[in-house]
Design a binder for this molecule. Sequence first.
Ligand SMILES: *[C@@H]1O[C@H](CO)[C@@H](O)[C@H](O)[C@H]1NC(C)=O
Ligand SMILES: *[C@@H]1O[C@H](CO)[C@@H](O)[C@H](O)[C@H]1NC(C)=O
Ligand SMILES: *[C@@H]1O[C@H](CO)[C@@H](O)[C@H](O)[C@H]1NC(C)=O
Length: 354
Amino acid sequence: MFKVYLALSFFLGLLLLAQARGNDKKIKFYQLKKGNMHLNLTNYGATIVSVIVPDKHGKLADITLGYDDIEQYKTDGWYFGATVGRVANRIGNAQFTLDGHTYKLPANDHGNTLHGGFKGFSDVVWTVESHKEDSHITFTYDSHDHEQDFPGRLEVSVTYMLIGTNEYAVKMTARPVDKPTPVNLAHHTYWNLRGHNSGDILSHQVQIFGSKITPVDKKLIPTGKFESVKGTPYDFLEPREVGSRINDLAGLYDINYVLDGSSSQHFRKVVMVRDNVSGRKLELWSNQVGLQFYSGGMLNATKGKDGAIYHKHGGMALETQGFPDSVNHPNFPSQIVYPGETYKHYMVYRFSAS
Ligand SMILES: *[C@@H]1O[C@H](CO)[C@@H](O)[C@H](O)[C@H]1NC(C)=O
Ligand SMILES: *[C@@H]1O[C@H](CO)[C@@H](O)[C@H](O)[C@H]1NC(C)=O
Ligand SMILES: *[C@@H]1O[C@H](CO)[C@@H](O)[C@H](O)[C@H]1NC(C)=O
């Protein structure tokens, strides 16, 4: 009798384990709600699907660009709302050298590596480690050695946490298991504070607390220099409309800012965006050294949620991260993380309206 019981419980255990594993790999949507704020997320790419917050009249709107179904996320070329890695942004010539070994990476962007390669962290199914609708969700991903040709196994975790009225935090961590590896995670939400389906963001006011940029060559790889924004169209030290000087550039912003106070890497406000029609304001705090400001200038009749069509500058991305191509620029802050160390990236998003 005891033997039968043992065999039975063993079998049941296996069954439960198999079921838990199976469930882990299912792609689903998950909600976080507190007061009037509502976040919709998916474990595909640890992605934010929507963020709903009130305007100055209390009217709710979804202010992030995204899709209606997972199939669109799978073929997405815009990284809407996704967690990007193992190395966000560009790596020049799709290679780097670490400890005397040269690693060749997937060249998915004009001979460079962009956002972790052909199938980066934005295109894998994450495990839901824990979820409580009025509190937080934690996604984890175990990246294997040589995944997209990066060295070593990497354990990654992303937590979205509701922390106040219309306020949430994101905590990203990554731990190399066996080899040193570059790590640069970024969050790739596109914002349109008037509503995701309300035209362009050119009249949004932006303030970026970064006095310098890392200028790039024709293939969008940093030259390695730092340039002051003073007197240039990149100067957002005081709040200014996105569109006010955009025509002095190639008609879009896609550049990395060196955030002020970078050397200390302390947690500080890095960017503010305001739309004076809805009255919505977004303030973003982070501990990162850089901010990629992308004004969405390449969007081109992309079919989005609820029948929306996202045109040029339909939303802007504000990606806190390390500097692009850091692995090939010894004068940039290093992105190499060693076994025993933990990469940590924090963000706080605070919304208000007046
Ligand atoms: C979450 O987003 C997906 C994709 O857009 C949508 O199908 C689903 O209805 C949303 N869930 C909620 C509760 O809003
Ligand atoms: C919004 O701000 C612009 C200047 O940036 C101003 O011209 C416009 O009148 C303002 N609109 C509202 C509704 O406050
Ligand atoms: C994207 O823009 C190009 C012009 O730059 C145009 O020819 C093309 O039709 C556009 N694609 C879509 C899907 O509208």
